[in-house]
Design a protein around this ligand. Structure first.
Ligand SMILES: *Cc1c(COP(=O)(O)O)cnc(C)c1O
Length: 463
């Protein structure tokens, strides 16, 4: 299995190289050259298997000879042993034909753990074999950073630097990043918003001298291995509800388009997915793109669902690549327009291709809050605000013929202020992390300045 860049100008890589390098050297994102196909029988055979067994079957065709079957099974077992639920990704029912996929039972209480735990294990195995060390830099709106620090803390072969927007993450998110005491993890509070963090990260990757000097690697959702790990729960949940013998739809609370793109890959592999519904908060660039055909940035307005406060939706580039018939030059051109003019018009053909698979909707702050209140009243479920954006938008796309699965992307205790404001209930942390508020914090405030950041990273690497 080989990986190519969405901009067509970077070297073709193996899974192992694509995982270690993150962003392609032409500024594009790596995607598989072809998508493995699962037959109806392959999918039917997943019914009743454990999450780990489904993970093995779904990911195996993508990883080439990076790991033996035995090594890969062991990596998967270790990755999900840290979860607080034996099903890993359990489904609960919200109403007639509407289900919630709980993706928040991992060590940092958000779906990012599904990918980050296994990326940590894969990096460790590959680097140990190669006798190499890397510097991982990540940008986070809160959940990626905590998941990355949790996954990489204490690993010898990596130093981890996480940029988060100062003052714009929840207290639980911040504490999950600032309380691990291992010397190889660094939480950097950047003076700016998430898009600034992501822009500085991209700048570092495009500074090839720095990139090569510190052996920079990325674990943001631009990293293909993360997308791949997220494909698994589309299969586990759809087969639990009767796929491949019937179709299902998904609604996905979206910021960077990574999670919903994983659903698109599942569909391309043969999973019968009817609609993939993109759910945005008031930072609705993706919803506006589907309504108007123009992909245009506006300022980020902080919301009660901060992990989706994004206007530069990196993984959308992967969907555009397919929508433009895998024409890397066309993608490079619209991405340049986005950078220089703040937006571009999606071609009519590409827009039609996108609308075949994706639908979209948006939830205002008030609608999000009301959905949290109403879900509790009608189902007893406490939703985190991101999941509530999903449930609100899913409700507008329900179809009696097709089960709808809404992804619950975080545990309500990760965003207790918004949940308490909507319900009067302050959701407690699961007992396995109940002392989070007492642990000492450690973080560094940094300017939104590439030179300053690179200097800090150079000076604080151990590897
Ligand atoms: C990251 C995140 C999202 C958005 O996921 P993308 O892959 O960026 O679309 C939604 N909800 C929560 C809780 C998150 O942490």
């Amino acid at each position: 299995m080989q990986y190519i860049s969405t901009r067509g100008q970077a070297p073709v890589l193996s899974f192992e190289e694509a995982m270690l390098s993150g962003l392609a050297r032409d500024g594009g994102l790596y995607v598989p050259q072809s998508v493995p196909q699962f037959s109806k029988a392959d999918i039917a055979a997943m019914a009743g298997l454990s999450y780990e067994e489904i993970a093995f079957r779904v990911m195996r065709p993508f990883i080439g000879d990076t790991f033996t079957d035995g090594q890969f099974a062991e990596i998967i077992a270790k990755s999900y042993a840290t979860f607080g639920h034996d099903a890993r990704a359990p489904l609960v029912q919200l109403g007639p034909n509407h289900f919630l996929l709980e993706l928040f039972h991992g060590p940092t209480l958000a779906f990012k753990d599904f990918a980050m735990q296994i990326i940590g294990q894969m990096f460790q195995a590959v680097l140990a074999r190669r006798g190499e060390k890397l510097t991982i830099v990540g940008a986070t709106s809160g959940d990626t950073g905590s998941a990355a620090i949790e996954a990489f803390r204490g690993l010898e072969a990596v130093d981890v630097f996480i940029l988060f927007p100062n003052g714009r993450v929840s207290e639980v998110q911040r504490r999950q990043m600032t309380t691990p005491s291992e010397a190889n993890v660094h939480a950097l509070a950047l003076g700016g918003d998430f898009d600034d963090c992501q822009a500085r990260l991209k700048d570092m990757f495009n500074d090839f001298t720095f990139r090569d000097e510190v052996r920079l690697a990325g674990v943001n959702s631009i990293n293909w291995a993360r997308v791949l790990a997220q494909v698994v729960y589309y299969f586990s949940s759809a087969t639990a509800l009767g796929a491949p013998h019937r179709s299902v739809s998904f609604t996905v609370p979206t910021g960077n388009f990574g999670d919903v793109f994983a659903g698109y890959i599942a569909k391309r592999m043969g999973l019968p997915i009817d609609k993939l519904v993109i759910a945005t908060n008031q930072n609705d660039i993706l919803h506006r793109t589907f309504v108007t055909g123009a992909h245009r940035k506006e300022g980020v307005t902080p919301s009660i669902s901060p992990s989706m406060d994004i206007q530069v939706s990196s993984n959308f580039e992967r969907a555009l690549f397919d929508a433009y018939g895998r024409d890397g030059n066309a993608v490079a051109q619209v991405m340049d327009e986005l950078k220089e003019q703040g937006g571009f018009n999606v071609s009519q053909g590409a827009m039609e291709a996108l609308r075949e698979t994706f639908a979209s909707g948006r939830a205002s702050e008030e609608e999000t809050s009301r959905t949290i209140t109403e879900a509790l009243a009608h189902t007893g479920e406490l939703l985190c605000p991101h999941s509530a954006v999903g449930v609100k938008v899913a409700d507008e796309h329900l179809d009696p013929a097709t089960p709808m699965i809404t992804l619950a992307t975080a545990h309500p205790a990760k965003f207790p202020d918004a949940v308490e404001a909507a319900t009067g209930i302050r959701p407690p942390l699961p007992s396995r992390m109940a002392d989070l508020y007492e642990r000492p914090e450690r973080m560094v405030e940094v300017d939104n300045d590439l030179g300053v950041l690179e200097e800090f990273i150079r000076g604080h690497r151990a590897a």
